[in-house]
Ligand binder design. Structure first.
Ligand code: NFE
Ligand code: MG
Length: 565
């Protein structure tokens, strides 16, 4: 038995270490460790809840906006504030844009090079590449000269031995299977997507002033609508939004999804590997802004042991976080889980002195807590959401899944895998891209009917608030279910907890020793060459890790950071 260490895992956000025990070249067990601590939850304590979003948003710069929305929704829930319809629709437009942006960036810039080899693109014939691209879709950039230009760019980099963004890949690994033309097409789209993504975030800059970290406000949106004004949201700006939405739909339909299917067709065995924990959880994306209205764009759903027929509704009181194998200490002992409203965050580092060779996986080994639902580990994210929509037959998910899987000649069970996760993310992007168009139409209709309110100041004054209030803010973020839990007392934040997608998926083991989705998904992987553990990277990347989201507290002086009672 030998121990393989990957630290840091790259092309993710934050600091992730994977240790795997190998028997020969086969992964027998795996451990996932967040190796960085930061400080946000503690900073919120004692602050005005109306400004919490601005701090919470800084938890992460990748899923920019989601922590702001979860925070705003938690505070609005606690203070029972109703959001004007325009503001709700604008938020939905921004959330949808984030999904399309984030998933496309993940596919090309964080995940594609696990399957695509840019060096082999040099052997491609640009004419044949153009033919291939035109067979897959009628995207306008598909001429032989376009692909030749991209190829010349890569050749220059290789000849100067300055690979830049493509440096340090495992380019000699034998399991890169695409023909040269497919490699060239995918690399061209990698570069194209880099440009495209800078444009579509304008949806955020128009409504929120900037990106990352747009401006928001509890109770509505900070952008005024006035069709006669030059500076407010007017017809000009709405027209710009419309063309950005068209560009998103075009890119998803003509570039992202065709590339995804083309690449996946060479890696069909990856629809049988990397399955994870068999339980899937969606805490829910409200149709408006409050989960209390009971209407959901993505309904709260728990799927136990892959049982799609008997999916379950979600009981939010059944969420608990464990610290048995995490660098924290609970007053009730480290074997028990705590609900986020009763959560404690007391740092307790018992790991080896860095730099170290190996984690002590029998004891504590990660800065991530271990959230569990009804005591079970559960995968959150695009695959969980697509399974929930498939089970409930909503948003056309069944037809979409069946049609993409049938192109590949695969059954529904193929979703429970590394490539299945990647496909689910693509299908979800399609659903969100089309939803944005409908939110846009609703917004324009509402504005044209004479309603221009984005903020009405309802309950802005702390004197109107209840003395003691608790709120839950739900937000399906690109990587999965995000929940913010706030306790407001006498106008100030008494306690704040965020339970985050990457914490669900990338946690360490819990009190029962149950592995997390990351840990379970690696077992059984056969490595061609343990010195280049591409197989592990493929599966870990399929979850799209973000460790900054998952660990977000810090103290260098105090032992006790935050205690929620
Ligand atoms: Ni930092 Fe995040 C998303 C959130 S993942 S990217 O999506 O919330 O833990
Ligand atoms: Mg937390």
């Amino acid at each position: 038995m030998s121990r393989l260490v990957i630290d840091p895992v790259t092309r993710i956000e934050g600091h992730l270490r994977i240790e795997a025990e190998l028997e020969g070249n086969r992964v027998k067990s795996a451990y996932s460790s967040g190796t960085m601590v930061r400080g946000i939850e503690i900073i919120l304590k004692g602050r005005d809840p109306r400004e919490a979003w601005a701090f919470a948003q800084r938890i992460c710069g990748v899923c920019t906006t989601v922590h702001a929305f979860a925070s705003i929704r938690a505070v609005e829930d606690a203070l029972k504030i109703k959001v004007p319809r325009n503001a709700s629709l604008i938020r939905k437009l921004m959330i949808g844009t984030l999904f399309v942006h984030d998933h496309v960036v993940h596919f090309y810039h964080l995940h594609a090079l696990d399957w695509v080899n840019p060096i082999q693109a040099l052997k491609a014939d640009p004419v044949k590449t153009s033919e291939l691209a035109q067979k897959l879709s009628d995207y306008e950039k598909s001429s032989p000269s376009y692909f030749k230009e991209v190829q010349d760019k890569i050749r220059q980099q290789v000849e100067r031995k300055q690979l830049g963004i493509f440096s340090r890949g495992y380019w000699d690994h034998p399991d890169y299977r695409l023909p040269p033309e497919a490699n060239l097409m995918a690399v061209a789209h990698y570069l194209d997507a880099l440009n495209w993504q800078t444009k579509i975030v304008q949806v955020h800059t128009i409504f929120g002033g900037k990106n990352p970290h747009p401006n928001f406000v509890v109770g509505g949106m900070a952008c005024p609508i006035d069709l006669q004004s030059d500076t407010a949201i007017n017809m000009d700006k709405l027209g710009r939004i419309k063309s950005l939405i068209d560009s998103m739909i075009e890119f998803v339909e003509k570039v992202y999804l065709p590339d995804l299917i083309a690449i996946a067709s060479f890696y069909k065995d990856w629809f049988e590997k990397g399955e994870g924990v068999k339980n899937f959880l969606v805490l829910g994306e409200p149709e408006g802004d409050s989960h209390r209205e009971g209407k959901f764009f993505i309904p709260p759903t728990f799927i136990r042991d892959r049982n799609l027929e008997n999916y379950e509704d979600v009981d939010y009181s059944k969420i608990e976080e464990y610290v048995t194998h995490s660098y924290y200490k609970y007053s009730v002992g480290d074997e028990r889980g705590l609900h986020p409203f009763e959560g404690e965050t007391v740092l307790h580092y018992t790991g080896p002195e860095p730099p170290y060779q190996q984690l002590n996986v029998e004891g504590k080994y990660s800065w991530l807590k271990a959230p569990r639902y009804r005591g079970l580990p559960a995968e959150v994210g695009p695959l969980a959401r697509i399974l929930a929509l498939y089970a409930r037959d909503e948003h056309g998910a069944r037809e979409l899944v069946n049609s993409y899987l049938s192109k590949l000649g695969l059954p529904v069970n193929a979703l429970y895998s590394t490539m299945g996760r990647t496909l689910a993310r693509g299908i979800e992007t399609y659903i969100y891209a089309h939803a944005i168009r409908s939110y846009y139409d609703q917004l324009v209709q509402n504005v044209k009917s004479g309603d221009s309110t984005t903020f009405n100041g309802e309950k802005w004054e702390p004197s109107t608030w209840e003395k003691d209030a608790k709120g839950l803010g739900l937000m399906e973020a690109p990587r999965g279910s995000l929940s913010h839990w706030v306790h407001i007392k006498d106008g100030k934040i008494a306690n704040y907890q965020a339970v985050v997608p990457t914490t669900w998926n990338g946690s360490p083991r819990d009190a029962k020793g149950q592995p997390s989705p990351y840990e379970a998904s690696l077992v059984g992987h056969e490595l061609v060459n343990p010195k280049e553990p591409l197989e592990i990277i493929r599966t870990i990347h399929s979850f799209d890790p973000c460790l900054a989201c998952a660990v977000h507290l810090y103290s260098d002086t105090e032992d006790t950071i935050i205690k929620i009672t």
